[in-house]
Design a protein around this ligand. Structure first.
Ligand SMILES: C[S@@+](CC[C@H](N)C(=O)[O-])C[C@H]1O[C@@H](n2cnc3c(N)ncnc32)[C@H](O)[C@@H]1O
Length: 227
C-alpha cells in the first residue's frame, strides 16, 4: 500500500516514519510513504503558498493554484490514481469503519492544511474525501495524517505480527465493541491479582470471559456502540 503525504512541513514525519511497526513495514516493502512539499509547486519567487483572506479577518489561506497543481502532479506520478483525502476539522469524523474503507485502497493521497486552511476552490476542483480527527482544531493536518496512516496500516496484510490482533481490537470485528481488559506478568501487583481464569489454560472459558468483559465494558463506557 502506498501513501503520498502533501504537507508544508515534511520534516515533521521523519521520526514518525523511522520507528516501530511502520518503519518495519516500510523496510519489508509492505508500505511505501512518499512526502511532498506543497511549497515546491509555488510559482512565487518567495515560495509563498498562502495569502490574506478576501473579505478580511485573521490569518492566511492556502492558495488554490499551488495546492491544486501539487495534488494533480502527485496523482499523475503513478498509474494508480489513489483516493484523495483532505485532513480538515470540517470533514467526516474518523472512526474504525472509515479506516477500514480507506484501507481498501491501494494508494492514499493525504493533503495536510495549515494556517486558516484551504481556499474553498481546492475542495470544489479536487473533490477530496474530507476527514477530521475530531471536534477540535489542530495547527495543521500532519498529526491527523499520521493518525490515518497508523490506523490504516494496522489493517494492511502482514503489518501486524499476528493477523488476529486487529480483529479483537476495540471498534473492530462484526460487533465493534470495546476490547476486554488485558493482563500480563507479574501475576500480582500491589495487591491486585490477574483474573484466575486467564491462567487456567481453558481456552473456551477464557473466550467466554473475554466476551462478557467486552460486553460489560462497552455497556459501561460506550453504550452507544451496543445499538
Ligand atoms: C488551524 S486549522 C484551520 C481551521 C479552519 N480555520 C476551520 O476553522 O475549519 C489548519 C489545518 O489543520 C488541519 N486540522 C485542524 N484540525 C483538524 C482536525 N480536527 N482534523 C483534521 N485536520 C485538522 C487542517 O488541515 C486545517 O486546514
Amino acid at each position: 500500500m502506498r501513501f503520498d503525504i502533501l504537507t508544508l512541513f515534511p520534516e515533521i514525519f521523519q521520526g514518525f516514519l523511522g520507528e516501530s511497526l511502520l518503519n518495519k513495514a516500510i523496510q519489508a516493502g509492505l508500505i511505501e510513504v512518499r512526502l511532498h512539499d506543497i511549497r515546491d509547486w509555488s510559482k512565487n519567487k518567495h515560495r509563498q503558498v498562502d495569502d490574506r483572506p478576501f473579505g478580511g479577518g485573521p490569518g492566511m489561506v492556502l492558495m488554490a493554484p499551488t495546492v491544486v497543481e501539487c495534488v494533480e502532479a502527485v496523482q499523475a506520478a503513478s498509474e494508480t490514481p489513489g483516493r484523495l483525502v483532505m485532513l480538515t476539522p470540517q470533514g467526516r469524523r474518523l472512526d474504525q469503519a472509515a479506516v477500514e474503507r480507506l484501507a481498501a485502497n491501494e494508494r492514499l493521497i493525504l493533503l495536510c492544511g495549515r494556517y486558516e486552511g484551504f481556499d474553498e476552490r481546492i475542495r470544489q476542483i479536487l473533490q477530496p474525501e474530507e476527514i477530521s480527527l475530531g471536534d477540535f482544531v489542530l495547527n495543521g493536518g500532519e498529526v491527523a495524517a499520521m493518525a490515518v496512516v497508523e490506523a490504516v496500516i494496522r489493517l494492511a496484510p502482514g503489518v501486524l505480527g499476528d493477523e488476529d490482533s486487529s480483529a479483537s481490537d476495540s471498534f473492530s470485528g462484526e460487533r465493534r465493541w470495546l476490547e476486554f481488559p488485558q493482563y500480563t506478568r507479574p501475576r500480582e501487583y500491589r495487591g491486585l491479582e490477574a483474573p484466575e481464569i486467564l491462567l487456567s489454560g481453558n481456552h473456551e472459558e477464557i473466550a467466554r470471559w473475554r466476551d462478557e468483559q467486552s460486553r460489560r465494558r462497552t455497556l459501561e463506557r460506550r453504550p452507544d456502540l451496543l445499538g
